[in-house]
Write a protein that binds this ligand. Structure first.
Ligand code: PEP
Length: 263
C-alpha cells in the first residue's frame, strides 16, 4: 500500500542558527502520525539537521545530488556523501534545477540510476509549464518527462521512488492547480504506470502534489483519490503552517482509517 508523504523543500533558505530554530519549532508542532514527514535543508545543513532530528519521525532529505560517485565536479555532492551525513532520500528534477541548471530528463536519468544504485529513495519532480497547459499538452509533457527519466527502470525500482507532480506555473506563484486538475493529472500518471509496468506499481507509488500548497488549500487537494501528499516550498519555512499541511492529510476524507491516526 502506498505511503502518505509531506516533504518540505527549504530551497536556499536558512543558515545554521535559522535551521536550529526552525527544527526546534518543527519538533514542537510534530505529532505522531502515519504521514511520512521530510524536510530538505541546504546541503551545508544536512548533517546538523540530521543530528538534531535523530530519533524523531522527521526525515532529513537532500535537494539534489550529482550522478558521479566522485571526481572533478567542483561544487557537487555525490550519493555516498549524502549517505555519510545520514541522508537516505534525495529530491531530483525540481523545476528550479531544470530551469536554472539545465537539468534534463536525460541527465536526470543518470542521477536516478546513481541514487538507486546507492540504495537511496528519490522524490522525483516533474510538471508542465503554463504554455503546455494552455496548449492542452500537459499530459503529453508529463508523460515524456517520466518516460525519459524513469522508464528504463525495472518495476521493482519504484519501491524507492516517490513521484512529485509540480506544475511549474504553480510553484511559488500563489497559483494552485485546482483539486480536480491535480486529481486528473495524478490519475493520468497512475494509468501511465499501469501501461508501462503493472497495476501494482501504479497502486503502490506515492504521487505528491506540489505548487503553492498552504494550510488553507491542503485538505481539499489531499482529499483527492490519487493525491498521496505534497511537496511544499514556501509554507515549509513556517513550522505551524507546515504541520497544518501534514495534519490536513490525516483529516482529508478519502484517507483510509489507518491514515487518520494522529494522536
Ligand atoms: C516547490 O518548490 O517544490 C514548491 C512546491 O514551492 P511552493 O510550495 O512555494 O509553490
Amino acid at each position: 500500500m502506498r505511503k502518505h508523504v509531506v516533504a518540505g523543500n527549504w530551497k536556499m533558505n536558512n543558515d545554521i542558527p535559522q535551521t536550529e530554530a526552525l527544527i526546534q519549532d518543527l519538533k514542537r508542532h510534530a505529532k505522531t502520525s502515519e504521514v511520512e514527514v521530510m524536510i530538505a535543508p541546504s546541503a551545508t545543513n544536512l548533517w546538523h539537521a540530521s543530528e538534531l532530528l535523530k530519533g524523531s519521525d522527521i526525515e532529513v532529505i537532500a535537494q539534489n545530488m550529482h550522478f558521479a560517485e566522485n571526481g572533478a565536479f567542483t561544487g557537487e555532492i555525490s550519493a555516498s556523501m549524502l549517505k555519510s551525513v545520514g541522508v537516505k532520500t534525495v529530491i531530483l528534477g525540481h523545476s528550479e534545477r531544470r530551469a536554472y541548471y539545465n537539468e534534463t530528463d536525460k541527465s536526470l536519468s543518470k542521477k536516478v540510476n546513481s541514487a538507486l544504485d546507492n540504495g537511496m529513495t528519490i522524490v522525483f519532480c516533474f510538471g508542465e509549464e503554463l504554455q503546455d497547459r494552455k496548449a492542452d499538452m500537459h499530459q503529453s509533457v508529463v508523460k515524456d518527462q517520466i518516460q525519459s527519466a524513469l522508464f528504463h527502470l525495472d518495476a521493482s525500482a519504484f519501491k524507492n521512488i516517490i513521484l512529485a507532480y509540480e506544475p511549474v506555473w504553480a510553484i511559488g506563484t500563489g497559483e494552485t492547480a485546482s483539486p480536480d486538475q491535480a486529481q486528473e493529472m495524478h490519475h493520468f500518471i497512475r494509468n501511465t504506470l499501469v501501461n508501462q509496468y503493472n497495476q501494482s506499481v501504479a497502486d503502490d507509488v506515492s504521487i505528491l502534489y506540489g505548487g503553492s500548497v498552504k494550510p488553507s488549500n491542503a485538505k481539499e487537494i489531499f482529499s483527492k483519490q490519487d493525491v498521496d501528499g505534497g511537496l511544499i516550498g514556501g509554507a515549509a519555512l513556517n513550522a505551524e503552517d507546515f504541520f497544518a499541511i501534514v495534519n490536513a492529510i490525516s483529516s482529508a476524507s478519502n484517507f483510509p482509517l489507518e491514515f487518520n491516526a494522529i494522536s
